[in-house]
Design a protein around this ligand. Structure first.
Ligand SMILES: Nc1ncnc2c1ncn2[C@@H]1O[C@H](COP(=O)(O)OP(=O)(O)OP(=O)(O)O)[C@@H](O)[C@H]1O
Ligand SMILES: O=C(O)C1=C[C@@H](O)[C@@H](O)[C@H](O)C1
Ligand SMILES: [Mg+2]
Length: 172
């Protein structure tokens, strides 16, 4: 399989785990959110403010299509990338897909201090994360080759689990 692709909700650890996996596998690491920011010269909250979520999603779809065309990269996706059918098709075709699962409680704790997630600027971020996970959990699972638990496990342990389980996956 060409690439190693991480999907999952905000705070699951896609960026953190992706960077560690890439180092371990000696592969380049690409983070879709970061690549969008580099390409536009603006941060994600600014894009949401100026272009709305739809504008961001269009940029995200173009970036996912481009990055899934790479060969041999570790790719961290944005938490909402699975919402579009076109993205799910591209991600599934682009390589092995790992769903990093985190409970809502862990997501809340891990995202609490970071103001860079426009969808969490709500009166009740825990409810927002719960509603998003209800909607998206089946979509993450639909395209995942592996579902990996991240609750109560430090990033290094998650990385070792992924590497070990990847070796045992049957060819698609
Ligand atoms: N397994 C873990 N245990 C404890 N903390 C973690 C774990 N994985 C990530 N974190 C911490 O949680 C925070 C969010 O992680 P990260 O930014 O990697 O999530 P993400 O899935 O990329 O989120 P987003 O979809 O918003 O980009 C970071 O501060 C990171 O250090
Ligand atoms: O869950 C989401 O919809 C998002 C997650 C982040 O990775 C960013 O892509 C953006 O903040 C939207
Ligand atoms: Mg991230």
């Amino acid at each position: 399989m060409r690439n190693l692709i991480l999907v999952g909700p905000m705070g699951a650890g896609k960026s953190t785990i992706g960077r560690l996996l890439a180092k371990e596998l000696r592969l380049p690491f690409k983070d879709s959110d970061k690549e969008i920011e580099l390409r536009t010269g603006a941060n994600i909250p600014w894009i949401f403010d100026k272009e709305g979520e739809l504008g961001f999603r269009d940029r995200e779809q173009a970036m996912i299509a481009e990055l899934c065309g790479c060969d041999g990269v570790v790719l961290a996706t944005g938490g909402g990338a699975v919402m579009r059918d076109e993205n799910r098709r591209a991600l599934h075709a682009g390589g092995r897909v790992v769903y990093l699962h985190a409970s809502v409680e862990q997501q809340v704790g891990r995202t609490a201090r970071d103001r860079n997630r426009p969808l969490l600027r709500t009166a009740d971020p825990a409810k927002t994360l719960r509603d998003l996970l209800t909607l998206r959990d089946p979509l993450y699972r639909e395209i995942a080759d592996l579902v990996v638990e991240t609750d109560e496990r430090p990033p290094r342990m998650v990385v070792l689990d992924i590497l070990e389980r990847l070796q045992r996956l049957p060819p698609r």
